[in-house]
Design a binder for this molecule. Structure first.
Ligand code: HAM
Length: 421
């Protein structure tokens, strides 16, 4: 029997995993500079948490969740996203009593049973952030977007385009939805089966349709911007002022409604090059009222999640993937007497931050150096019995074959001076 990774899941292998770590580290640094702290919620939760937050009728909940019965018959689901968990944690830990806004970030695997294709997996990864608290100031929305773009810039993602929209709130959206439903009824016969069904279940999602034959019809539908209540209109206008203040380029996409039910007002999405049809590298928005819906105090919220798999793909496809930091020193030891000094020296070099490979068994000199070359080591450190006796170690620069002798202290100094960052 031959085992294989389950369809839609994959191993992230070296050297890719090095790039993943760099990207995640960059996110940690940028998010920390905006005073976000990390939360690590569990990977599974009560099914009802996701159903209530994301919406029982959404594709994510109705078709894509990995749901199973636990041994005590309760229903559990692997998390398809983390916003619901963050809100649950906010309530469970009474975070509303914390000073100021609660600013949290997270990263890790999410699970959705979608049809796998390039950039779409059943186990995929997100890097996300959420701001929860009493304020719904548009400056929060803008700062979250600024942080996201600062991260993309540091990670090397070029040509990402930001789209924003406002989908109104509980005061104005219901009327708009009724208007949209009525207009959609008039053109129902010209729509495909999915959109026809959505006229009843969730007419906003019709606006998301990518079907070429529906595009002209959708363009003529009433637009939410013309039906926002005063406070939502002001909020959206101020958000745009705040984005301009920060020098952030954006476009307004009135059809950006997002596939999760919890959104109110601001929605946004970022599209990146090199990804084909799965080109949304990040989605987010405001979800005032979600905490309340889950039984918590009235709370405002906004956040985003980046699809890490897609971000990495885009970096690789546009040639922006950072170079991998390789092996610094291969310790080529030979002869029984040189083994103990080699072990000790390898430890010293590793403690000083160098990547070191120490062969666990004695090898012939030629074979050992050949392996150092194949592993891509920068230097081979030659420790034979002569070297041990004289205290002078030979350092060979593998790219050009140059060799030089050093004392242990001199060696460390030389390596530090030529350290590659
Ligand atoms: P979402 O739009 O469902 O939003 O997902 C965010 C991002 O996750 C997408 O833009 C995409 O890059 C990535 N993604 C989603 N599904 C897959 C998949 N099957 N394979 C690979 N990547 C995928 C959310 O999840 C919200 N929780 C975002 C949010 C946070 N809104 C407010 N706060």
């Amino acid at each position: 029997m031959k085992f294989q990774a389950i369809k839609g899941t994959r191993d992230i292998l070296p050297p890719d995993s090095t790039l993943w770590n760099q990207v995640e580290q960059t996110a940690r640094e940028v998010f920390a500079s905006y005073n976000f702290n990390e939360i690590r919620p569990p990977i599974f939760e009560q099914t009802e948490l996701f159903a209530r937050s994301i919406g029982a009728e959404t594709d994510v909940v109705a078709k894509e969740m990995y749901t199973f019965e636990d041994r005590d018959d309760s229903s559990i689901s692997l998390r398809p996203e983390a916003t619901a968990s963050v809100c649950r944690a906010y309530i469970e830990h009474g975070m509303q009593t914390l000073p100021g806004n609660v600013k949290l970030h997270y990263m890790g695997p999410m699970f959705r049973r979608e049809r796998p294709q390039k950039g779409r997996y059943r186990q995929f990864y997100q890097i996300g952030a959420e701001v929860l608290g009493q304020s719904d100031a548009p400056a929060i929305d803008a700062e979250v977007i600024e942080m996201l773009l600062a991260f993309f810039e540091k990670a090397g993602l070029a040509n990402a385009t930001l789209s924003v929209n406002s989908i109104g709130d509980k005061n104005c959206r219901p009327q708009y939805i009724e208007l949209l439903r009525a207009e959609l009824q008039k053109v129902k016969a010209q729509l495909g089966p999915d959109s026809q069904r959505r006229i009843e279940t969730n007419p906003l999602r019709v606006l998301d349709s990518k079907l070429p034959e529906e595009q002209a019809i959708i363009e003529n539908l009433p637009r939410i911007a013309d039906h926002l209540c005063d406070s939502c209109r002001t909020h959206f206008a101020k958000l745009q002022d705040e984005l301009k203040l920060r020098g952030i380029l954006y476009e307004i996409n009135w059809r950006l409604v997002r596939g999760l039910d919890y959104y109110t007002r601001t929605t946004f999405e970022i599209v990146a090059p090199g990804l084909g049809s799965q080109n949304a590298v990040c989605g987010g928005g405001r979800y005032d009222g979600l905490v309340e819906l889950l039984g918590g105090p009235p709370t405002k919220g906004i956040g985003f999640a980046i699809g890490t798999d897609r971000l990495i793909l885009s970096l690789q496809e546009t040639g922006k993937a950072a170079a991998k930091k390789g092996l610094d020193v291969y310790v080529a030891w030979m002869g029984e007497k040189s083994y103990a000094p080699a072990v000790k020296l390898a430890r010293k070099l590793r403690d000083s931050g160098f990547a070191v490979e120490l062969p666990p068994e004695e090898m012939k000199f030629k074979k050992s150096l050949g392996l150092a070359d194949k592993l891509g080591a920068r230097y081979a450190l030659i420790i034979g019995e002569d070297e041990v006796a004289s205290g002078q170690l030979t350092l060979k620069h593998l790219a050009d074959g140059r060799q030089q002798k050093y004392s242990e202290a001199g060696l460390l100094e030389h390596l530090r001076e030529t350290r590659q960052t």
